[in-house]
Design a protein around this ligand. Sequence first.
Ligand code: EPU
Length: 315
Amino acid sequence: MHRRVRGEDASRDRNTFRKRDLAAAVAGIKGAVSFDIGLGPYTSFRIGGPADVLVEPADIEDLVQLVRQARRQRVPIFVVGGTNLLIRDGGIRGIVVNMSALRSIKDEPGQVLYVEAGVGMPTLISYAIRRSLAGLEWAAGIPGTVGGCVVMNAGTRLGEMKQSVQAVRMVSMRGKVIDIPSSAIPFEYRRADLPKGIVAGVWLQLRQGVKADIQQVVKEYLHYRRETQPLAQPSAGCVFKNPPKDSAGRLIESAGLKGMRVGDAEVSTKHGNFIVNRGQARAADVVALIEKVRRIIRRQAGIRLDLELKIVGQR
Ligand code: EPU
């Protein structure tokens, strides 16, 4: 990553070279490019240190160009999908990509939609309802992007992403556009085993349904989630995976941990498997709270809670 010139002051040369490498990596990009920008506003947790540079590619060609240039300059790329993510307080070195400008949805024959990665799940669900297409009701209330939901095979008790994915369009780390049929993608619990690269879009196979019925399921499910989850507070969704045949939220509640705090990070009083940001929480607070919860559940229930939340960036 860091090129060094022998005989020069290492830290100075690192900074100058990095700035130049970064500038070269984003040269000519059509979408928005911002240097040294805090990532909190780009996450549902509203937490996160700065990116060296944040890029919002205008379209897939822009993304391809960015990936190729970044590879040439040996600058790493990280994509923020936004929801199941905690970015540490030191932020992310290199390029951070936000896909929100890739937000088109195209109808294809046979109840198939081609959806670009930056489309928000709520937007997609509304679109599907307008066309009486069923199959995504499980995702009502998930705030993430379609791309993020594919990568983590997002799901709820009603269903999961893999049930609808027909194929995924990716930009490989070499900057090639590749289409992968779902039969070639091993989907696991909250994970899709995709090749290295960036998801640019996905073909979703939906079903013709009855608009009022789809609307009804979405409404009831949203209601259930609003009743049981702290959807009005910044969070990253569920923090832990559910252990086999149990619920992390139930375990945390029965250990009496709801409302426990470190700084402004709090175990939600509504749902034990959510940590909410009460305003000024830092990533370090969230991480400390996670460790506390884990230790107590391990000691009291003998169960190891695995993270569903992805923690990235520098301390
Ligand atoms: N429960 C408690 N206390 C709590 C939370 C839950 O006792 O604080 C009990 C509930 O009463 C219920 C059981 O635990 O009997 C299950 O709770 P819930 O229906 O809320 O589901 P969950 O297993 O906690 C899963 C998903 C959620 C998804 C909901 C609803 C995981 C880790 N969690 O939660 O997904 O929204 O079902 O379908 O798979 C997410 O992925 O970010 C997420 C929040």
